[in-house]
Write a protein that binds this ligand. Structure first.
Ligand code: AMP
Length: 210
C-alpha cells in the first residue's frame, strides 16, 4: 500500500505515520527527518536547509523532490511505504505523478490551528532516532529520555510559537491545495486528529480497511 499523510505541522502525522507503518509492515519516509539528518552532517546542503526550516518556510521543491523520488526506488519500498510530510506543494504532488509514482490513499489529519500551537510547544524529539513525544499527550516513560534508544529528548529549533504560526500560514497557503489534488483523484481519507494517539490510529486503520 502506497500512502501519504498530510496535516498541519505538529498535528501528529509523524506519530501516526510510525504506527501505521508498523501495523502495515512498510517503511515511513519522513522528509522532515531526512532533512534533519542532512542538517546533522553539517554539510552545505544541510546549512541551507536549516535556514528554511528554522524560519518556518519550505525547502525549495527542487531540493526535496529528487531526494524523495530516489528514496522511493529503494528495495524496502517495493511493497509500499508511507510518506510523511511529502508532497507539501502542488508542484511536489505533480512531480510524483510525472515520475509514475502511484499513491493509493492520501490521509489528512484535521487539527485546528489553536490545538496545533498547544501541541507543538510540548513536543519533544529524540536527538538520536527521531522518535516523537509530547510532554502531556504522549510522554516518554522517563522524562527527557527516549523509550526506543535511551538518547536525550530535545525541543526542535522550529517548535516555537512564532515559527509555528508561520509554518501554519505556509501550510494553509501551499499545502492545503494538495488536499484538493488528491480529492479530485478520489484518494482522500480525512480523519479528525483529536483524541488519544490510540483512538486516532484506530480511526485511521479502519478508514484504510485494515
Ligand atoms: P516536518 O518534520 O514534517 O514538520 O518538517 C520540518 C520542516 O522541514 C518543514 O517545516 C519544512 O521546512 C521542511 N520540509 C519537510 N518536508 C518538506 C517538503 N516536502 N517540502 C519542503 N520542505 C519540507
Amino acid at each position: 500500500m502506497n500512502l501519504l499523510i498530510m496535516g498541519a505541522p505538529g498535528g501528529g502525522k509523524g506519530t501516526q505515520a510510525e504506527i501505521l507503518a508498523k501495523a502495515l509492515s512498510i517503511p515511513t519516509i519522513s522528509t522532515g527527518a531526512m532533512l534533519r539528518n542532512v542538517i546533522a552532517l553539517k554539510a552545505e546542503l544541510g546549512n541551507q536547509a536549516k535556514k528554511y526550516i528554522d524560519s518556518g518556510n519550505l525547502v525549495p521543491d527542487g531540493v526535496i523532490t529528487g531526494i524523495v523520488i530516489d528514496r522511493l526506488k529503494e528495495q524496502d519500498c517495493k511493497d509500499g511505504y508511507i510518506l510523511d510530510g511529502f508532497p507539501r506543494t502542488l508542484k511536489q504532488a505533480e512531480s510524483l505523478e510525472t515520475a509514475g509514482i502511484q499513491i493509493d490513499n492520501a490521509i489528512v489529519l484535521k487539527v485546528t490551528d489553536e490545538e496545533i500551537i498547544n501541541r507543538v510547544v510540548g513536543r519533544r524529539v529524540c536527538s538520536k532516532c527521531g522518535a516523537t513525544y509530547h510532554i502531556s499527550y504522549n510522554p516518554s516513560k522517563v522524562e527527557g529520555v527516549c523509550d526506543v534508544c535511551s538518547a536525550q529528548l530535545i525541543t526542535r529549533d522550529d517548535d516555537n510559537t512564532k515559527t509555528v504560526r508561520h509554518r501554519l500560514a505556509t501550510y494553509h497557503s501551499q499545502t492545503e491545495p494538495v488536499i484538493n489534488f488528491y480529492a479530485k483523484r478520489d484518494k482522500l481519507i480525512v480523519v479528525e486528529g483529536i483524541g488519544s494517539v490510540e483512538e486516532i490510529s484506530q480511526k485511521l486503520l479502519s478508514a484504510l480497511g485494515v
